[in-house]
Design a protein around this ligand. Sequence first.
Ligand code: GLU
Length: 375
Amino acid sequence: MTVRVRFAPSPTGFLHVGGLRTALFNWLFARKHNGVFILRLEDTDQKRFTPGGVKAIMDGLLWLGLQWDEGPDKASLRRMQTNEDYDGAPDAGGPFGPYVQSQRLKSYQDAAGELIARGAAYRCDCTPERLAQVRQEQIARKEQPRYDRHCRFKSPGEVDPDKPHVVRLAVPLEGMTTVHDLIRGDIAVDYGKLDDFVILKSDGFPTYHLAAMVDDHAMQVTHVLRGDEWLPSLPRHYLIYRSFGWEPPVFAHLPVILNPSGKGKMSKRRAQASGGKFEESVFVTEFRDEGYLPEAMRNFLAFVGWAPGSGIEKEIMPLDELIDLFSLEHVNPAPAAFPYDKLDWMNKQYIYALSPDELARRVYPFLVDAGLEVD
Ligand code: GLU
């Protein structure tokens, strides 16, 4: 079996360093197993689409040296019409393209149709007014608000496929199952607590749940390594796989990255210590523009939530050694702090190790940017 992993960001803005860490773990895992690293753009939520978002993702990956083996080709990128400049990006393509979700809509609509035919999903034409009313009544009864499955038991044809409707997954009405996460272990799921969630919206666009699973299957993804924030969605994703009769991939949810204090998710915030004079960076471009070396960043990020184990203490590690030692068994499920001072220290070690010529080459653009004349 060839290991196939994917990094599947939504191009909604700058690339967060947490996203880059997810990409790095996927890439290390692929390289370690001589596998395939896929870049897939999840742009079906058109409202959240930001011009420049695709370029930020690609620039960030390439800056860190995380070349993808399969991914959007130039023609697909141009079809996104974001007027971004992809000149530096490789024209990857691959056997399962396009690797841009907005260009795969038909496959999601077909997949929803297949689930309806299998009796695993159904059309729902409840109006927003009805849904709001049901919700209010449930809240008044102190019940957990959720769809009341009104359309699930209608006779076939009662919901007109040519009139506005959504498609919902028919979640088993009761029972328990177990889903497995490679880092977290077994997780018990009570079907009774799940909603008949929407998989295809009334505009014909899939929800993230359907699109990601249909693509993971179509692209023969073997391992889904992604951020912890997706763990609550895991039961739904298992159900989608099972509803098609497909074997789910291995799932591994990577620990969330916290502020250096270990309190709170890492996000844009004023650094207390500096008296509010500077903001701690969270976006990849910020680290790049501040002069962090990509090899230092890569080495540092590998250790955010992972350690080689077996008594290996050193943390400055050449790339081939990182690839060799990387394993999901040693990913720590606990939230991982992002110690900026350690990053600074590591960056310094990498700078010390540069030859004078190489150092000059790296410093040069910063001097020019600062308006200094350098010959
Ligand atoms: N598009 C999702 C994101 O932006 C990807 C989640 C996943 O990897 O399944 O994080």
